[in-house]
Design a protein around this ligand. Sequence first.
Ligand SMILES: [Zn+2]
Length: 187
Amino acid sequence: MLIVGRHINGITIKSLEYLLDENNKVMEFTSEDAAKEFLKEKGFTDDECYSLAFETAGKHYLKVGQYTPATDESEEIIEREFYGQGYIFKDEEAYDTGLDIPCYIPELSDAIYTHQSFLDLMDGQEALARNLFERVDWQHPETLFEEDFASGEYDICPECGRMFAYYGRTECPHCHKISCEEERRSE
Ligand SMILES: [Zn+2]
């Protein structure tokens, strides 16, 4: 995917302003031709198109605050920013890049969470770990998980012991053998 940028006031500096849609989201095009076609429909001339920058769209990672690991000379630095319900550090790129990179620090403690921490909490299942990571916004992940579990968003299959997102599901997605909810009702 491509995005279309313009040097602000024609000055070549690193930051560009990007073409936005009516919802103020950066527009993405499948090719430079597709982007130019759209621009011409909107009244851009060839010369004007030539002055624009067509960039490959990177994934827009969420980044809240900054974490700098300790070095031999300095201690770790945790810089929190406000997000959701509190002041936290949260780094989606770190989550995506590796299992052992700090990607989340809650508001009330300096406990450092990595992709692996989320996997450990969520039965090693990536979909569940990712969902939890995406939703933490100030609390400890354990707390959010406990709240979710208490409100029935997750269930543990009595047959195979695996955890799964409940969402009205009556069959364990892992062993497929048992209708957990029906089992529970009949107890
Ligand atoms: Zn099962």
